[in-house]
Design a binder for this molecule. Structure first.
Ligand SMILES: C[S@@+](CC[C@H](N)C(=O)[O-])C[C@H]1O[C@@H](n2cnc3c(N)ncnc32)[C@H](O)[C@@H]1O
Length: 429
């Protein structure tokens, strides 16, 4: 199922005037591709336009001086491209080949080409079998030939924010007794991605990580991948899913991104829901394994496995789990007049120290960052068991509060971390 050797047979998805009109209306897309083609296609170049649709990228190549274009397209839309080529006087410089790119032979293209142009981009960077088709067609590319687009990166970040459309569908589908029918197989086993129109990095609990980093000419192009990504959680939060977006260099300095908020944008950042929202805390580690599959009917599936290394359970901090960690107040913290202040982007967060015991603990944290040593200090200083229990309780509560207020940094994790894991599947589109 994965390598689609014979290619996808019928791509009804693209055999549709309206879809190609949408692609044409996205001026950010069209103008940047045109710019990249004008920069890279030279006079007398031979060009392949893979997945030509209505022919637009091939026509730009001819306008830029190419002597001949081989335009490949398996769907009926190619008939429209032919008509447009005649209308514009290009028909003697363009050969239309109504085939899947993987069916192309030397009979179809009897010479080596200078440039392969394609627009194979989905919101997840990979689309259908176009990437492996570009790989296949590299056999027709001259050694110093070029590929447009040039390179692409796919990013992912764990997010506290879920799009309203996703929350609405959860509300409806999880509503018990919806029409008195149990929809569990639909709602629990396979989840769907949704678009995010208001990506705000403030909702991310870690830096985004790179899922894919591809150079189209130098790398072996496949339509699927498997990868483990580790996120170092920087701030506490309840994560609902992951934001996914791409950045693509059509040519080295011409970038397009699914974050571009342009008119009629073809692409949008995506939200991948987690099976169950999870509470994460600064210093913890999330490990996400992604394995993707492509199917001949153009759908795409992501199988996900999440491991969460947390240093305390949802309800209580266990002292044993804190051993082995280091805590520090963030450098921008101000401790003054029995209060702790922290400027979080644009507002002040304040924590009031309420008791003598809390004050002592704050002093300890300022002097010593290894939790193991703080625990030892408490054991040495407080003689009675009652006092020890009370101060340990206060200690764990303070860490929990300071962490949720983002005032401390917790580094490294000990093997005593709790490890939760679960897996789920997302179907695209
Ligand atoms: C995103 S559209 C781009 C169309 C056009 N190049 C443009 O920029 O407007 C991708 C096109 O690739 C075609 N396509 C998809 N898989 C293909 C394959 N394996 N071989 C050839 N064409 C393919 C689709 O039918 C579709 O017309």
């Amino acid at each position: 199922m994965n390598n689609l050797k014979g290619g996808i047979q019928v791509i009804s998805y693209f055999n549709n005037y309206k879809r190609h009109l949408g692609l044409l209306l996205d001026q950010n897309r069209v103008i940047k591709f045109r710019h990249a083609i004008f920069q890279n296609v030279k006079t007398d170049d031979i060009v392949i336009d893979l997945g030509c649709g209505i022919g637009i990228l091939g026509f730009f190549a001819l306008e830029s001086g190419a002597s001949h274009v081989y335009a490949i397209e398996p769907t009926e839309i190619i008939e429209l491209a032919k008509k447009i080529s005649i209308l514009n006087g290009y028909s003697n410089r363009i050969t239309f080949i109504k085939k899947n790119g993987k069916g192309i032979s030397k009979k179809d293209i009897p010479e080596k080409v200078d440039v392969i142009i394609s627009e194979p981009i989905s919101n997840f960077l990979l689309e259908g079998d176009l990437w492996s088709t570009i790989q296949y067609l590299k056999r027709f590319l001259k050694e110093d030939g070029k590929i447009i687009p040039y390179s692409g990166k796919l990013f992912i970040a764990p997010s506290e924010n879920a799009p309203q459309t996703f929350l609405d569908s959860c509300n409806v589908l999880n509503y018990p007794n919806l029409f008195h029918i149990n929809f569990d197989d639909f709602t629990k086993n396979v989840m769907y991605k949704s678009e995010v129109f208001d990506v705000n990095p403030k909702n991310w609990v870690s830096e985004p990580e790179i899922i894919l980093d591809i150079n189209l000419k130098n790398d072996e192009l496949k339509d699927y991948f498997s990868k483990v990504i580790k996120f170092k959680i920087e701030k506490s939060g309840l994560i609902q899913g992951f934001h996914i977006y791409f950045k693509l260099n059509i040519a080295p300095k011409i970038e397009i991104s699914s974050l571009d908020n342009s008119h009629y944008a073809t692409w949008a950042p995506q939200f991948l829901p987690i099976k169950l929202p999870i509470q994460v805390n600064g210093g913890e580690i999330l490990s996400l394994k992604i394995s993707t599959k492509t199917f001949p009917d153009y759908h795409y599936q992501w199988d996900l496995e999440l491991e969460h290394f947390s240093f305390y359970s949802d309800l209580s901090i266990d002292l044993n789990r804190l051993e082995g960690l280091e805590i520090n107040f963030k450098p921008e913290i101000i401790i003054k007049n029995d209060s702790i202040y922290y400027l979080d982007q644009d507002f002040f967060v304040q924590y009031d120290i309420e008791s003598e015991m809390e004050k002592k603990i704050i002093d300890l944290i300022q002097k010593e960052n290894k939790i193991k040593n703080i625990i030892q200090e408490i054991k040495n200083t407080y003689k009675t068991d009652n006092l020890k229990t009370e101060i340990f309780l206060t200690f764990t509560n303070i860490i929990k509060k300071l962490n949720s207020l983002n005032m401390i940094e917790i580094k490294s994790y000990s093997p005593s971390f709790l490890r939760n894991n679960f897996s789920w599947t997302i179907r695209i589109p």
